[in-house]
Design a protein around this ligand. Structure first.
Ligand SMILES: CCCCCCCCC/C=C/C(=O)SCCNC(=O)CCNC(=O)[C@H](O)C(C)(C)COP(=O)(O)OP(=O)(O)OC[C@H]1O[C@@H](n2cnc3c(N)ncnc32)[C@H](O)[C@@H]1OP(=O)(O)O
Length: 298
């Protein structure tokens, strides 16, 4: 308990002081250029168009934008920065890594680490979800590559999903394929998007859907040619921004608040649950086998 409190307060201190960014060459300040503003924390680049109030957040952590503790911390700091910026009304989330949106949680963060590390990691995953799913901004995922598990979750947190029309790109919550389990708030996010039956099928089978199937399943809202993903996201954004913010925000909150409250109420229990699950020998073995397979496929 004491260790958790220390981790929690040190994570918050890092978030508030910007010390985390300073480690990478100073706090991420806005750079101005004509009517564009931009900042980068290292793994994330944010470009904001002041004329439209739309920010584009590009994940740029090669080779696969896996979500490790550093990435997640940077992500939450960046999102917070946009959230409190009243001139920013919309966020397009996309990838700067070719062919990959995000490979999901970094499996190496869940293997062979201390329980304190697992707890800090899981708190950061929760934080990312709480901030993105609960964002007041219009959020659009421009899915320009594969997006398994945590990557799919990030996309599902957005208000609208546009994916590159390439059957080689797949999206889904594939946790069971790794021998692990999507937690209840991953499940809730998917149910809120595609419904109970489709979620049960997807989760039990750990199904990854190639883009055309993802569209049929309602996992994404629109497919466009690969080179049109960003422009289609911008076009959808201007439609979403034509709705008065206060009405749209209250409606979004009405739809999402029950799921958010559920995690907020049991955050510590969820962390403890994750730590005891992931530290089991049998689960560690499953993850090791999965990682070995990933490397062997080359
Ligand atoms: C009760 C409930 C309690 C809670 C219970 C617990 C809940 C946990 C919830 C978990 C959520 C998750 O997100 S779990 C994560 C699930 N993610 C995945 O399954 C993705 C696996 N990756 C892939 O499918 C592919 O890599 C893909 C992303 C499509 C890219 O394919 P490519 O051919 O382009 O690239 P690859 O050669 O495979 O990968 C490049 C390198 O990146 C590594 N890599 C790929 N994905 C990685 C990843 N997620 N984490 C770390 N490393 C990864 C590979 O090993 C390679 O390393 P080198 O060989 O060294 O170069």
């Amino acid at each position: 308990m004491a260790a958790q409190a220390v981790l929690r307060s040190s994570a918050r201190a890092r978030l508030l002081s910007g010390a985390f960014c300073a480690q990478r060459g100073g706090p991420a300040l806005w750079q101005h250029h004509q009517n564009q503003r931009a900042f980068s924390n290292g793994k994330i680049l944010v470009e904001m168009d002041e004329a439209t109030g739309v920010a584009v957040m590009k994940m740029k952590s090669p080779p696969v934008n896996s979500l490790n503790l550093d990435f997640l911390t940077e992500f939450s700091i960046s999102l917070e920065k946009l959230e409190i910026d009243r001139s920013c009304r919309g966020l397009i989330l996309t990838s700067a890594v070719s062919k990959i949106f995000s490979a999901g949680l970094d499996i190496t963060e869940m293997s062979g680490k201390s329980n304190e590390h697992y707890a800090a990691f899981w708190r950061a995953v929760q934080e990312m979800w709480l901030k993105l799913y609960g964002s007041n901004m219009v959020t659009i995922a421009a899915i320009n590559g594969s997006s398994p598990a945590g990557g799919c979750l990030m996309a599902l947190c957005c208000d609208y999903r546009i994916m590159a029309d390439n059957p080689k790109f797949a999206i889904g919550l594939n946790e069971t394929q790794l021998g692990i389990v999507a937690p209840f708030w991953f499940k809730d996010t998917m149910i809120n998007t595609i419904g109970n039956r489709a979620t049960e099928l997807s989760l039990q089978l750990g199904q990854m859907y190639p883009a055309p199937e993802a569209l049929k399943f309602g996992l994404v809202d629109k497919l466009v040619p690969e080179d049109k993903v960003q422009s289609a996201a911008a076009a959808a954004m201007s439609q979403w921004l034509s709705v008065p913010d206060h009405a749209r925000q209250l409606t979004k909150s009405m739809m999402r608040k029950p799921a958010i409250d559920r995690l907020v109420k049991q955050r510590e229990a969820d962390i403890n649950n994750f730590v005891s699950f992931i530290s089991k020998d049998s689960i560690q073995k499953s993850l090791q086998i999965y990682m070995d397979r990933l490397k062997q496929k080359k």
